[in-house]
Structure formats: structure tokens, C-alpha cells
Design a protein around this ligand. Structure first.
Ligand code: NAP
Length: 335
């Protein structure tokens, strides 16, 4: 179809193979035309499995392919900014995985690269495309919860493999970068504001050096608070609770929302502490990665603007930076 954007993929990353690429292939506006790996055989294997017509043995070759309009960058975190800049300079639009960079200072380079190239660039926070989050923000804005003052977020999984990118401190591993970024991005999304100060406790794995348990407290204007805990070494769980003066909203699977069953949120006015007043809302089954690919592709075609420009990603990184500083200093830090 002519209005599909032609995408190329940088690497055989697991998230691409298993989630993002199949979703984009099923979507209406994306065509995956090529995939590159540092290893040509690996590229050929994954491209073959996914029905992607062209495989390249280097990222450079993919970026030199004039047929490709947009690049998807799911490289490890330390390669997000360098390869996103190379892709922009090669004339490609870029959708880059989260977290956008290692630091806000590094992320800022993307603003200049976007200006130089005239191409689009965005951070792949697919959750903000999901109807459950759009609806949660609508409910908050409509005042259904009363005055919303607190968000509490828990996001944990258990991963001890030292070979996983998440357990490599020198390439941007650790829980705050990998999943704390969601807690921060979604609180900023719901509050529609930036945190003014941050306190944090960070516990690191003694061998791998990555943060394995991070808890943070953030103040937002108007006396609103985010508290979150992320861990890479605790039993898997994820939940966001948004609390107002009249009611509370829970997003049951806030981040890895399923693509085969409806997402669910629960509204509870607290009249019965055992949930007697709780009302659940289910949403039509969607694939948030397909929605993300389509939204970016429509922006490439000039049909809509990107809802979250790269400045938003830089801002999220500033909050991550401040959280790391607060964990190290034991003091309040300002993003
Ligand atoms: N949005 C989401 O839901 C979501 C979920 C999971 C992960 N992510 C993000 O996606 C990115 C990749 O995560 P992943 O779990 O898919 O990682 P992964 O499976 O380890 O894939 C990373 C890929 O990068 C390439 N690479 C290049 N230099 C590398 C290096 N020095 N070390 C390791 N790999 C290198 C490798 O591909 P080749 O060998 O083929 O070149 C590798 O397969 C991360 O930024 C992560 O935060 C997002």
C-alpha cells in the first residue's frame, strides 16, 4: 500500500523480534523493509523468520539504503543517541527505544540533530498510545477522581542474567533506566506537569553494579506526589494507582498491556475497603506497539504532529538524572 511508511530496523533486539516488529507488520501504516545486525547471518535469520525482505550485516548499510524512510532503533541504551543521530543524518525519521539516552545532556544532542536533518525523532513510549492511559488521563482531567494528588507506581521483575543488557552498568543498565523511566513518564503524563524536586533510595547489585531496587518520591506543583518503586530482582508485578479526593483509579497492567485480551482499569470511590464500590472498565483489544508505529507513520506522512516531541524525552531524562543524583546524595535534587 502506498501510504505505508517503509521502515528499517537497527539490530535483532528481542523487543523488536518479539513485540514491536510483528505489531508494526500487522498495523495499517508500517512496512518493515529491512533489518540490520552486526552479524549478517543473524540479520538473515531474523529477517527470514519475520518475512522482512532485506537483511544487512551492518547498521551503516541499512542507513545507506534509500528505500528506507524511517528507522526503528532498539539498540542498548548507550547506543540510542549515537545511532539515532546517524540515522537522522542519513535522512531517516527515527523512532528510538526508551530511555532515550544515558543522560539528559546526551539526549539534548537530538534536538540539534532533528533541526539539522529536518526529520522526525521520538522516544518509543508505547504506553501513551494505549487507550487505557488516554482514558485514565481523561478521567483525571474530567475531575471524576476529585482533586488528584498522588500517584503510586510499582514495577518489578526478576532478572539475574549478567549477559542481559539490563544488568550491564556501563551501557545504561539497571531498573531506573529500564522501567523507572515509565513511572516518571506516566506521572508527568497524568499530572501534565514536571516534578520540582526528587528524593530517592537506590540499592545496587554488589557484583553487577546496576540499580536493582530504586524507590523515589517526587513533588509536582500543587502539592502532588509521585512515589514509585522499581526493581529488577523482585517478583514480577506492575500497577499504577492514581488517587484523588473522591476516588482512586488503578491501571492493572499499566506497561506491558496485553495484545490478546482487553486492558482493564478500576475506578473505586472507596466506600468499601474490600472493593465493593469498585467499577472496572475494559477496553477493546489493541496492540500498543502497532498503535505506536501507526502514529509515528502518520506523522511522517504529515497527517498529524507527534504528540510528544523529543523535548519530552529530554525532560524525562532530566528527571532520571535527578533521581540518580538524589540516590547518591541522599538530598532533594531538582530535575
Ligand atoms: N518499549 C518496550 O516495551 C521495550 C521493551 C524491552 C526493551 N526495550 C528497549 O529496547 C532496547 C533493547 O532491549 P532488548 O531487551 O530487546 O535488548 P537485546 O535483545 O539485548 O537487543 C539489543 C540488540 O542491540 C544490538 N547490539 C549492538 N551493540 C550491542 C552491545 N554492545 N551489546 C548488546 N547488544 C548490542 C544487538 O543486535 P545485533 O547483534 O543484531 O546487532 C542486540 O540484539 C533497550 O533500549 C530497552 O530499553 C523497550
Amino acid at each position: 500500500m502506498a501510504d505505508r511508511v517503509r521502515w528499517g530496523v537497527l539490530s535483532t533486539a528481542k523487543i523488536g523480534r518479539e513485540k514491536v516488529l510483528p505489531a508494526m507488520q500487522r498495523s495499517g501504516r508500517c512496512e518493515i523493509v529491512a533489518l540490520a545486525s552486526r552479524d549478517l547471518a543473524a540479520a538473515r535469520k531474523v529477517a527470514g523468520e519475520l518475512g522482512i525482505p532485506t537483511a544487512y550485516g551492518s547498521y551503516e548499510e541499512l542507513l545507506a539504503d534509500p528505500a528506507i524512510e524511517a528507522a526503528y532503533n532498539p539498540l542498548p541504551n548507550h547506543l540510542h543517541v549515537p545511532w539515532t543521530i546517524k540515522a537522522l543524518e542519513a535522512g531517516k525519521h527515527v523512532l528510538c527505544e526508551k530511555p532515550i539516552a544515558l543522560t539528559a545532556e546526551e539526549a539534548t544532542q537530538l534536538i540539534a540533530a532533528r533541526e539539522r536533518s529536518g526529520k522526525l525523532v521520538a522516544e518509543a513510549f508505547m504506553v501513551r498510545q494505549n487507550l487505557q492511559w488516554i482514558k485514565a488521563r481523561e478521567i483525571v482531567r474530567a475531575g471524576t477522581l476529585g482533586e488528584v494528588r498522588a500517584i503510586q507506581t510499582l514495577f518489578t521483575y526478576h532478572l539475574l542474567d549478567p549477559g542481559n543488557v539490563r544488568n550491564q552498568a556501563d551501557i545504561g543498565g539497571g531498573g531506573l533506566m529500564d522501567i523507572g523511566c515509565y513511572a516518571i513518564a506516566t506521572a508527568r503524563y497524568i499530572f501534565g506537569a514536571e516534578p520540582t524536586r526528587v528524593a530517592a533510595l537506590i540499592d545496587r547489585d554488589p557484583t553487577m553494579g546496576v540499580d536493582r531496587l530504586t524507590s523515589a518520591l517526587m513533588e509536582f506543583p500543587g502539592g502532588r506526589h509521585l512515589t514509585f518503586t522499581t526493581s529488577t530482582q523482585l517478583s514480577p508485578h506492575q500497577r499504577v494507582t492514581i488517587v484523588g479526593s473522591k476516588a482512586r483509579l488503578e491501571i492493572l497492567v499499566p506497561f506491558n498491556a496485553p495484545n490478546q485480551q482487553p486492558a482493564r482499569i478500576v475506578l473505586d470511590d472507596g466506600r468499601d475497603l474490600f472493593g465493593g464500590g469498585a467499577v472496572a472498565e475494559e477496553f477493546p483489544v489493541v496492540d500498543q506497539y502497532a498503535l505506536q508505529g501507526d502514529a509515528f507513520s502518520r506523522a511522517v506522512r504529515g497527517e498529524q504532529a507527534l504528540e510528544f516531541p523529543i523535548e519530552d524525552a529530554v525532560q524525562n531524562m532530566r528527571v532520571i538524572d535527578a533521581t540518580f543524583r538524589a540516590g547518591a546524595s541522599g538530598q532533594w535534587e531538582t530535575p
